[in-house]
Write a protein that binds this ligand. Structure first.
Ligand code: ATP
Length: 270
């Protein structure tokens, strides 16, 4: 067996390959006032793969996701404890610039939320704030490249100065993805990014997620087990604020170790 096939086989088995983790979380607890929403979660996120977070409603998937770029800081009464390392550095350490952190760890929400600005200005917004372009040509280049990477350029190249809010729901979501890409993130957090989209728009976003994983690490919260199975390589099953099981998606779906995972994926609860 040649080396490449051996490597592919190992990758498919998903077990015995030394993986590089871009995010490591250790004993993370999250409280909303007295509500202990996340309970001692330790989970590592592999680089340039798609990790799906699944589990019943209210189990803490979105809360955990929001820890990874400190979006929970914006919620009054929310407290995060534990350690979250991004490329080995604690993102909750004092002195960490949250704006820069959120550029490195971008986020796409459930409901597409373009700014009430042109398509061009939606994508140019982040690069302008972060001073990523020295001149108009460079800015044009970032905007066009981001739209291209988000699979939207062909559909909008003739109307870059029309309002982003005038696009279809699926196009708006890809515009939000382009907006995240424009600030050169390493990681993209997606919180049920397809739940407001029809099946065709969903398929386009799923295709895009698959392409993006070549260059980005993606963490996606989804209620759709079919979607998790289609797009992710790793899956973490959350239950009552805890990660009950995590591992290669195929394994979690075909031979889960925990009976709660089994119950959820077979539709017995959730
Ligand atoms: N902004 C908030 N303020 C107060 N409590 C919150 C807030 N967001 C979530 N919670 C609580 O934290 C717990 C976990 O909620 P979270 O939204 O993270 O779960 P989820 O698994 O993403 O749920 P769903 O699948 O329904 O979106 C729940 O008890 C919820 O009520």
């Amino acid at each position: 067996m040649n080396v490449q096939i051996q490597a592919e086989k190992s990758a498919n088995a998903g077990m015995d390959v030394a993986e590089e983790f871009v995010i490591e979380t250790r004993n993370v607890d999250v409280f909303y006032g007295d509500n202990h929403a996340i309970k001692g979660v330790s989970l590592n996120i592999p680089k340039h793969q798609v990790t799906a977070l699944i589990g019943p409603s209210g189990c803490g998937k979105s809360t955990y996701l929001r820890c990874l770029n400190r979006m929970n800081d914006t919620i009054e009464g929310c407290r995060v404890e534990g350690e979250i390392l991004l490329d080995g550095l604690d993102i909750y350490a004092s002195g960490v610039d949250e704006v820069l952190l959120r550029a490195r760890v971008g986020m796409v929400f459930q409901k597409p939320n373009p700014f009430p600005k042109s398509i061009y200005d939606n994508v140019a917004y982040g690069p302008r704030i972060h001073g990523l372009a020295a001149n108009k040509d460079e800015l044009d280049d970032i905007v066009l490249t981001s739209l291209e990477r988000a699979g939207l350029l062909k559909e909008v190249q003739d109307r870059l100065h029309s309002m982003g809010t005038g696009l279809s729901g699926g196009q708006q979501q890809r515009l939000c993805i382009a907006r995240a890409l424009a600030v050169r993130p390493e990681i993209i957090l997606m919180d049920e990014p397809c739940s407001a989209l029809d099946p065709i728009a969903t398929a386009k976003v799923e295709e895009l997620i698959d392409e993006l994983k070549e260059n980005y690490t993606i963490i996606i919260v989804t209620h759709s087990m079919q979607q998790a199975a289609r797009v992710s390589q790793k899956t973490a099953f959350f239950h009552l604020g805890d990660v009950v099981e995590s591992g290669p998606t195929e394994k979690v779906f075909t031979s889960p170790e925990d009976e709660r995972t089994q119950g959820y994926i077979t539709g017995r609860f959730g």
